[in-house]
Design a protein around this ligand. Structure first.
Ligand SMILES: [Fe+2]
Ligand SMILES: [Fe+2]
Length: 382
């Protein structure tokens, strides 16, 4: 019996994944909003079984306790950050991340070095702001997992992640405030995703949305920025955060592997749809519409070109380099007639399926591991 999946319109609110008008029609967040309330719909579960029945999670718990660092004292906050010089230096090595020849007929066509630099500074600010909001999402999700996961070892481990995420919120907020002079509000697509993750009553969905999808993307994005930026404070900050994030993603993969191996096709269908929805929301946010708006560019006009820009396509697909192998490890890619595999093919990210999964590679991100091994995950077999 084959399983009936929901149509795209029911999962992501539009039939075509590249429907630009629908993507841009999602209303932004009120920039004056201070609080945002989401119902979390979940039971808090006590367990009286204190046996150490999950040694892999226990090992992560022990690693988390010894891997702690202090965001206030372990980072060189005295570093003077010249944002213009930093972004210019990064652009000199990497380019702008865009192919300027594909924007004919738009305001961007006439941009010179000055405008691309201004865009780069706004983008840096926007990117770190979204990291910050995502970190707060992780803080809330992990606090929720402490309550909702039924396993003793997982509750202990998740409690350490709560402290980790508090530290991440602390350091990104401080960097934005002290070094960049303030940030952007939460992107509408990221907010929708965080809301959906918190709102779902099923404890494994919190893990899937946060530890596997959001943190999997964060780990790739942090790794990319860490490797490419020449700004020493940001570089070290990201290095420290990544050492925690790799452990968080490993926690998600190891926990869910046990659960998903025992799930029926119908139960797996819901997880596959949720992974697809999360992937689309994260990709939609990389339209970075708030940055274009601040630069005075018509977003509706430029968005189709951004979506087709070959430089952009390579960069965006890289961000899925952790998510895809982790979904494969969990059996999400190929269950139910390879439904999620086909979605990832359509999104152009399936090529990462045989990269190292984070359940295996997380230890290589440890702060005790020398710098040489900090490359983004190697392609298996290469
Ligand atoms: Fe984090
Ligand atoms: Fe995390």
């Amino acid at each position: 019996m084959s399983i009936d999946f929901n149509a795209n319109a029911d999962i992501i609110g539009r039939a075509e994944i590249n429907d630009i008008d629908a993507i841009l029609a999602i209303p932004g967040t009120d920039p004056h909003e201070i609080e945002h309330v989401v119902k979390d719909n979940a039971d808090a579960i006590f367990t009286w079984d204190y046996s150490l029945s999950r040694p892999a999670l226990r090992k992560l718990y022990e690693k988390a306790k010894t891997g702690q660092w202090n965001g206030a004292t372990d980072l060189p906050w005295h570093t003077e950050v010249d944002v213009e010089r930093t972004v210019a230096a990064d652009q000199a090595v990497l380019g702008t991340g865009f192919d300027p020849t594909v924007y004919d007929g738009t305001a961007v066509e006439k941009w010179g070095q000055k405008e691309w630099l201004a865009f780069g500074i706004e983008s840096r600010n926007w990117t770190l702001s979204q990291f910050l909001h995502g970190e707060q999402g992780a803080l809330l999700c992990t606090a929720k997992i402490v309550e909702t996961v039924p396993w003793y070892d997982a509750k202990l481990y998740a409690s350490t992640q709560v402290v980790d995420e508090a530290r991440h919120v602390e350091v990104f907020a401080r960097y934005l405030e002290e070094k960049l002079g303030g940030g952007y509000h939460v992107n509408a697509h990221l907010r929708m995703l965080l809301d959906d993750i918190i709102h779902d009553s099923r404890w494994d969905m919190t893990y899937l949305g946060m530890q596997v999808m959001v943190e999997g993307l964060a780990l790739a994005a942090f790794g990319f920025l860490h490797q490419t930026t020449s700004e020493p404070l940001l570089k070290q900050l990201l290095r420290y955060v990544m050492s925690d994030e790799a452990r968080h993603v490993a926690f998600g993969v190891l926990s869910l592997k046990e659960v998903y191996d025992g799930m029926t096709d119908v139960e797996m269908k819901d997880r596959q749809e949720f992974a697809f929805e999360a992937a689309i929301r994260m990709r939609d946010r990389f339209m970075s519409q708030e940055v274009w708006e601040r630069m005075g560019v018509n977003v509706n006009q430029i968005a189709p070109m951004v979506l087709a820009d070959p430089t952009r396509v390579v960069f965006q697909s890289m961000l899925f380099s952790k998510i895809v192998p982790n979904c494969k490890k969990l059996g999400l890619l190929d269950r139910n007639d390879k439904w999620l595999r086909h979605r990832f093919e359509e999104m152009g990210v399936i090529q990462f399926e045989d990269w190292a999964d984070t359940g295996e590679e997380y230890a290589s991100f440890g702060l005790d591991v020398p710098v040489e091994s900090e490359e983004l995950s190697p392609v298996a077999g290469e």
